[in-house]
Design a protein around this ligand. Sequence first.
Ligand SMILES: C[S@@+](CC[C@H](N)C(=O)[O-])C[C@H]1O[C@@H](n2cnc3c(N)ncnc32)[C@H](O)[C@@H]1O
Length: 210
Amino acid sequence: MTMTRASYDIVAASYAELIPDAHDGRPLDAAIMRAFAELTEGPVGDLGCGTGRITQYLHELGLDAFGIDLSDGMLDQARKRYPHLSFTQGDITKLDLEDDSLGGAVVWYSTVHMPAEEVPWQEFHRVLKPGGHLLHAFKLGNLKNHMTHAYGHDVDLHVYWHDIDETVDNATKAGFNEVARLQRQRDVDEKGPQAFLLVQKRNPEAQQTS
Ligand SMILES: C[S@@+](CC[C@H](N)C(=O)[O-])C[C@H]1O[C@@H](n2cnc3c(N)ncnc32)[C@H](O)[C@@H]1O
């Protein structure tokens, strides 16, 4: 985790410059995020927000969104670009948030540096309100890679592609229900297909109807 943080501190300014928009040219990614926004009320945590481009998009969709990230360099960029939003340093595996405090959460490519079995679904479940939705974007597959160069800088980053069925299984075990999944083929600047998973925290008080 130390190397992930240090690597993002190094690339932060270049990342912000190279990827300034949330979903430019990626209408499918935007569509599932708009659906998430329609289903969501209350505070929304952009968990692993990086330079804040997604936090800003959620804000533009009318949500009360704030960002949390490991890297101070990425957070500096986020605060500079979106001074009207709140960005806090933190670790998504151990969130400094109350139980049941979020109306929704977005985890947008911030688990790409951990294997699927280490994605902190229990922690996401703890901080979401019952019935709250979580939208998760990740690289689809079963590969892993060690990156030594990214965004024009030397880095030390392990990158993991996650299997969709394993991801749904892990989310289900932690107390979520799958709502929808979207898989799309790679865009020109991507190495492989991408996955977008929308899940909802199970609400024990909700009536089951047949
Ligand atoms: C590929 S970037 C994605 C950033 C942002 N979500 C976006 O789509 O532009 C991955 C981000 O996840 C953050 N990250 C990685 N591990 C984290 C952790 N354990 N806790 C918080 N942030 C983390 C990194 O610092 C980095 O900003």
